[in-house]
Every structure is written in structure tokens, then in C-alpha cells.
Design a binder for this molecule. Sequence first.
Ligand code: PEP
Ligand code: MN
Length: 367
Amino acid sequence: MKVNLQLNPLSAWVKKEGKPLIIAGPCSAESEEQMMQTCSELKNIGVDMLRAGVWKPRTRPNSFEGYGLKALPWLLKVKKELGLPTTTEVATPEHIEQALKYETDVLWIGARTTVNPFNVQDIADALRGVDVPVMIKNPVNPDVALWVGAIERIYQAGIKNIAVIHRGFSNFQKSKYRNDPMWQLAIELKTILPEIPLICDPSHICGRRDLIQAVSQKALDLNYDGLMIESHINPVVALSDAEQQLTPHDLGKMLESLQMRNNNSENAFFINQLEDLRQKIDNLDRELIEVLAARVRLVEKIGEYKKDNNVTIFQLERWDQIFKTRPEWGKKLQLTEDFIAEIFKLIHVESIRKQTEVMNKRDLNIS
Ligand code: PEP
Ligand code: MN
């Protein structure tokens, strides 16, 4: 799938000089002092845009749900005094109206809103005729089409300044992350919509401070256009997401430690080397496919034998043996056992499919 939208580049709506865009600020705006103290330190460490949640989508009722309307003047004040653009989450047409009344520069749609096309359409309808950039977080569930659908709805309302925020996905499996990054889904989105600016939110992916540096570096290594990171002047007393917020000072140190990598290098030697290595990979991939094809031909032959001798397709001992030995062979060549096991699971599925096809093939030469 490819979707063709005429989006503006990030540089058309935010000031940044060739570097990744850094958005930072507290999970929630808690008071004028908290906003002023946090955001003035963030300005000093070179943050480009300030974030703060005003309406907080919380999993359970009776937890802190944001100060709402009361907090908007605090955002306006930091914007005016520090001269930095601000962004907040909106989930309803009323939020949009109020955020715009208080001159919020950029709006974002949260992960729990992106999942619901009715909500997204209500937001899109409220944005018709309004000139404000919108950032769209991935839906909570790992569904790229739903993410694309939300982008299309906002675009069809006439918004050309759109970015997406990758904040990870809910996952039943136990993981060290609060929301599994599933990087391949963000990459898939970029393949569908190559022009869309992609921002990583390591705070909501990690859920804990100590993982944020590694996830931020990974995002930069994957050529993301920016990072949105939660920062609180005193995270321990934060009213929401206390464990994942960094002080502006720690955020500054973390940002300094990040390695900025180039997307492409002008260096002719590097380009030559890269071309050479890619050619070798192309050749190996061709060989790999030839080997797989030869394996499938043998599997078909075995299928014929099994059919002639009336033997079942699936023979447990044989597959037990394959699943045991192949990862061991891979390990000897420094390949991870899980990687080889996954490949052989796929090969197994295809082998069974092939042999079933052979078994079910009618013999057309019956005399
Ligand atoms: C947030 O950014 O504070 C937030 C609520 O994020 P998400 O929608 O990713 O959960
Ligand atoms: Mn948060």
C-alpha cells in the first residue's frame, strides 16, 4: 500500500536547523510555577517546542485527569515569556476550540483517540478551515491501517502540516517496555507515507527513565525527525507518569549523549563501500532463494513418497529433530537461536502446505 498525500515538510511549520526536533515538557500541566520552572530550564537546554497535557486520558476514573481549561493560561504564559511554541493533546472538538483560543501552536491526537475513527472524524470536522499543525500518535493497538486512516481523515479536513508520533503499542506479552515499540510498524508507516515526519515518544514507550536514552538513540539511528520526551522539574511528585519523567537537567545530559547520525554521506569512499556491500547482499539473497526453492522441490518429492506409501504428512519426530538441530547449527555460526527457529517455523508451515497440495492432487492419469 502507498498513500499519496501532499504534506508539508516539518521545516515548513517548526523552526529547526537540520537537527532532530526536540519537544519536551511535563506529562501534565500541574501549576503555573511547575510550568514556568520546568519550561524555562527546557529552553536553556535547547528544546524546540514545549509539551504539556491539559486533558489527560487516564485508564481508571478518580485519578488526576488534568486541570483542563484552568491550565491553558499556564501554557500561554510559558509560550509568551519563553518565546517557544507549545503543543497539547486534544480529544474532542471542545478541546480544539479551547486550545486554539489560548494560542496553542500545535495540537496532538493521543493514542487512545487514534483508535476510534468516530472520534478522529469529529476532530477532523472541527479542524476544517483551521490552520494548525497536528501530530497523530499511533493507536494503542498495533494496527498501521488505523494509524493511516487517522492521518487521512485529518488531511481530508484540509490540514497539510501533519506529523506522526510513535509511542509504542499495548502488548499482552511481558516486556521491559510500558508500550512495545514494534519498530517495524513505524517503518511500515514510513513506507506507506514516505513524506510524513516521524517523531518518537520514548517516554511512553519506556514507562521508566532508565530506558529512555537507548530508545531515543535507536529512533535517531532509524532517522526519525524528532523526539517528544516528558520532563518535570521534580518528577517524584508528578501527578501523572512520575516514573518516566526526567528533570530538565537529566534530559539535557541525555540529549548531549545522543549520537547524531547522517542519513546519507557525501563521502565517495563510503558510497562505494555501501554499493559494494549491497551488491553482495543482493547476490546472497538470490542464492538464499535458490536454496529455498531446491528445498521445496525435495519436500514435494517426499510428499509424493508419503502419498504412494499412505503415510501422514506431519511426522513429529522429524520436526522435533529439525527444530532442535537448526538453531544449534545457527548458534555455531553466531546466529541467534530464536532467529533460526523463527525461520524454520515459516519453512515448516510452507512444507506442510506443499505436501498437503501434493497429497490432495488428483491423479489425472488414472486408467
Ligand atoms: C501523553 O503524551 O501524555 C499521553 C497521554 O500519551 P499517549 O496518548 O501516548 O498515551
Ligand atoms: Mn504521559
